[in-house]
Each structure stands twice: as C-alpha cells, then as structure tokens.
Design a protein around this ligand. Structure first.
Ligand SMILES: [Zn+2]
Ligand SMILES: [Zn+2]
Length: 329
C-alpha cells in the first residue's frame, strides 16, 4: 500500500509498505481521511517518536475492511473513527485512571504505524462506529476534538466564566466552540494572524485581537487557555489569569520552551496552572458531540489533499497556512 513515511528527522516521503494484517482483536481500516497536526511536525523534528521510520497520522477515520480472528463487535463496511491512544493498562498511571500519562504511552501514528496511508490497523477497542449522517472523511476531526474535550475535563465546566484563548488555529477554534457550550460569559481570542482571527469572529467569539492588551480587561480572565505552544503567548497568558482563575497549557511547546511564574501571585491570588495531554476517556464523547454538529467541517477543514501530497501538506501546515489539513488516501 501507499503510505507517508517519516524516515529520519526532517525527512518525509511517500513510499510503498506492506499491507497491514490485523491481530486477533484488531481491525484494518481503509483510511478515508487523516489530519495533520503539530504533533506530526514534532515527530518530523525528531521529538516524541522513540523510533523512526514511522508512518505518521493519529487523526483518522475510515471503513473497516479487515477483521481480526476474535473481533465480533465490528463488521466489514462499518465506518469508524479511531482513538489513537495505546495504553499499557499495567503501570501506576494506567492503574489510577491517568492512562494518558502511561509510563509506556504509545499511539497509532506516533509510536506505531498510523493513518497517513491507504490502510491502518487499530484495536477494536479504539474504534467508534459513526452514525450514517456523519461524513467519514470529516470524522478525522474527532481526534483533535477529543483532545479539546479532555482540556475541558481538566478545567471543569465553569458557567459564566470569562475565557481568553491564545491562538485561533484548529485547536484554539475548537476550544472556542467548546467554551461557548460550557456556558462561558465571554470568549475572547487573540492571534497575531489576522486571517485566523477572522475565522474566530466568524465562529462567534466575543472579541478578537492581535494581543490581549487590546482587550482592556485589567482584572484578567477566569480561564486562560494557551493553544499556541508559543513562549511569548504563554508568558503573556500566565500574567492575565484573574484571581482564583486557571491557566491551561493546551498547546504543545518545543521541549526547550520556558516561562516564568510569580510565586507570590500564585499564592496570593490562588491561581491554578495546569495542562492537558492528548486524550483521556474523551474520544467516545467527542465522537458523539461531533455527530451533533458541534464543528462545521467546512470551516475546520481548510484543505483536502491526496495522500501523494503528504510532504507538501506538511510544508503547508508548517507555514501556518489554513486550518486543518487532511490527506485523503
Ligand atoms: Zn493531533
Ligand atoms: Zn500504563
């Protein structure tokens, strides 16, 4: 089959690899669409993935075309979205419900072959069947949405919160859509890219600006979410949390990124600084939420490219153009 392959840091190509065969409790998925995200860029930079080469792609959905010998829950032709998370279920974190922090954390498309290929293998336990009205290609958005749902699990729902989101790329916009549904009093969005800000306005943010200083809220925001991973944005955001408020590190920074905190302020104003890593018990809920139309795929997916153009798609993603780019093998 045809597959994208990250061979070495900085080197991604299109190649031919053997068709996958499913284990007893696995299925083969004919990939309809696979999204690209910042994690793929990190893998291309030589971070995250312990071993290269790897077929990337952890945001995908497709049709079941092969069944392991002990699979009875799914049938050939079923349309499924795939939670990429692979946990050991044995370590201290798995045994205490923090599976996303698993000591042996692994994921389809990060540590084992992923969805940027004609076919991908997934455990039956990771597959969520899609209702008929959901486009299987659009369902590539469920994985990033499940990360956003996890982010709100960490935050806890806060009715009438003042929310500030840094970054209006795909993840920032998903956080915006969910903030509206958690009953936020206001959701402000900052981004230095005017084109991206326009989309945040289109999706109904309260205010949009190139920087938070333009928004004139000296008391700060109850919830500040970084969806950039950018050091300057993070530093600015930590300083704009209101008393008793929470800062959520949701964007993925480079390993070397640092920010400073003011311990007295954290003490005196009871500020919480927390993070949200990938998916935890949130994939199935994200799939159900997605089926209600929480995201407009025509807004969120800006480019649909053939698999053959995966290297160019990565380049385009790196340049910051557009929103979610998917390849359709
Ligand atoms: Zn992703
Ligand atoms: Zn574990």
């Amino acid at each position: 089959m045809r597959a994208a392959l990250i061979e070495a840091p900085g080197k991604v190509t299109l190649t031919t690899v053997p068709d996958p065969t499913p284990g007893p409790r696995e299925v083969v998925v004919d990939v309809a669409a696979c999204g690209l995200c910042g994690t793929d860029l990190h893998i291309l930079q030589g971070e995250f993935a312990p071993t290269l080469p790897i077929v990337p792609g952890h945001e995908f959905a497709g049709e079941v075309v092969g069944l392991g010998s002990e699979v009875s829950e799914l049938a050939l032709g079923d349309r499924v979205a795939v939670d990429p998370s692979l946990y050991c279920y044995e370590c201290r974190y798995c045994r205490s419900g923090h599976n996303n922090l698993c000591d042996r954390w692994a994921a389809i498309g990060v540590t084992v072959s992923g969805g940027a290929a004609e076919y991908a293998v997934a455990p039956v336990a990771n597959c969520v069947r899609l209702p008929d009205h959901v486009s299987v290609a659009d369902a590539a958005l469920i994985e990033p949405l499940s990360c956003a749902v996890r982010g709100y699990d960490v935050l806890g729902s806060r009715l009438a919160a003042q929310v500030l989101i840094y970054g209006s790329g795909t993840m920032g916009l998903m956080m915006l859509e969910l903030a509206k549904r958690t009953g936020a009093a206001a959701v402000d969005v900052v981004d230095v890219n005017p084109e991206r800000l326009a989309t945040a306005r289109q999706l109904g943010c309260s205010r949009a600006a190139a920087g938070a200083e333009e928004l004139d809220r000296p008391q700060g925001w109850d919830v500040v979410i970084d969806a950039t991973g950018n050091a300057a944005a993070i530093q600015d955001g930590i300083g704009r949390v209101a008393k008793a408020g929470t800062f959520l590190q949701f964007g993925v920074s480079d390993y070397a990124t640092t920010a400073t905190i003011e311990p007295y302020k954290i003490y005196n104003q009871e500020i919480t600084i927390t993070g949200s890593m990938a998916v935890l018990h949130s994939y199935e809920r994200a799939a159900e939420l997605f089926a209600t139309g929480v995201l407009d795929p025509e807004v969120f997916i800006s480019h649909r490219l053939p698999l053959e153009r995966y290297p160019q798609a990565m380049e385009q993603f790196r340049s910051g153009q557009g929103r979610k780019i998917v390849v359709e093998p």
